[in-house]
Design a protein around this ligand. Structure first.
Ligand code: PGA
Length: 253
């Protein structure tokens, strides 16, 4: 369908401990083969990072990542995980500022930017999430909200690090609701993000994924828009057979 690079990212949230993650990986490896230009990213709970990394070791097209990290490398932060720790467990990428972190756990735009900068400094790649709530969209505030969320990133991320940043546009009202953004709406926000980044001096073209109720039935129409560089998927990524089917749909295979 496309020959541009696409990333399919699976956010498992608080699902799949080490045994379930390993079983998933064994089935997924059996069902799929690497496809040029298709990257597969998995964000398991951190306790499953090492098991999943090991289970995918034969697959250079697959990268495993953490769902969250602290920006400090070590210290008295009970319950937190540092970047060196998740790296040691196999993480090459880190999800930063997912809407559940922002809205359920009070993560601020400033903290998201600190985490992003720390991930980059450590040599990993952040997948930074932004997105408006339903009230914000209905109030016509999508644009200022996205700009507010991005703003601290422009201050904290060094110019030479931007090429390793991937953004995920995930409207909060679309996450886990079965109601995805239309391809046009998603494309419009992706363009806003790219335009803003360029205006703020970010070099090159930013890679931006869409997330929020992506499934096998809507992924093709979303990825038909060249503004989208891939998808970040929660619910539809939890079953190995279903996820293998979904990532096979839009790829160049
Ligand atoms: P969903 O979740 O695909 O279940 O809507 C997406 C996400 O939270 O990243």
């Amino acid at each position: 369908m496309t020959d541009r690079p696409l990333i399919y990212a699976a956010n498992w949230k608080m699902n799949h401990g080490p045994a379930a993650a390993t079983a998933f990986a064994e089935r997924f490896v059996y069902l799929t083969a690497p496809v040029p230009q298709r990257g597969l990213w998995f964000f398991p709970p951190s306790v499953s990072l090492a098991a999943l990394t090991e289970a995918f070791r034969s697959r250079p097209d697959i990268r495993v990542g953490a769902q969250n990290v602290h920006w400090e490398p070590k210290g008295a932060f009970t319950g937190e995980l540092s970047i060196p720790m998740v790296q040691e467990s196999g993480a090459a990428v880190v999800l930063v500022g997912h809407s559940e972190r922002r809205h359920l756990f009070g993560e601020t735009d400033e903290q998201v930017a600190r985490k992003t900068a720390a991930v980059l400094k450590a040599g990993l790649e952040p997948l930074v999430c932004v997105g408006e709530t339903l009230a914000e969209r209905e109030g016509g505030r999508t644009e200022p909200v996205i700009l507010r969320q991005l703003e601290p990133l422009f201050d904290k991320v060094q110019a030479e690090h931007w090429r390793r940043v991937v953004i995920a546009y995930e409207p909060v009202w679309a996450i886990g609701t079965g109601r995805n953004a239309s391809p046009d709406d998603a494309a419009q926000v992706h363009e806003l993000i790219r335009f803003t980044a360029a205006r703020r001096g970010v070099p090159g073209r930013l890679s931006i994924l869409y997330g929020g109720s992506v499934n096998a039935g809507n992924v093709l129409s979303l990825l038909a828009r060249p503004e989208l560089d891939g998808v970040l998927v929660g619910g539809a990524s939890l079953d190995a057979d279903g996820w293998a089917e979904l990532v096979g749909l839009g790829g160049a295979a």
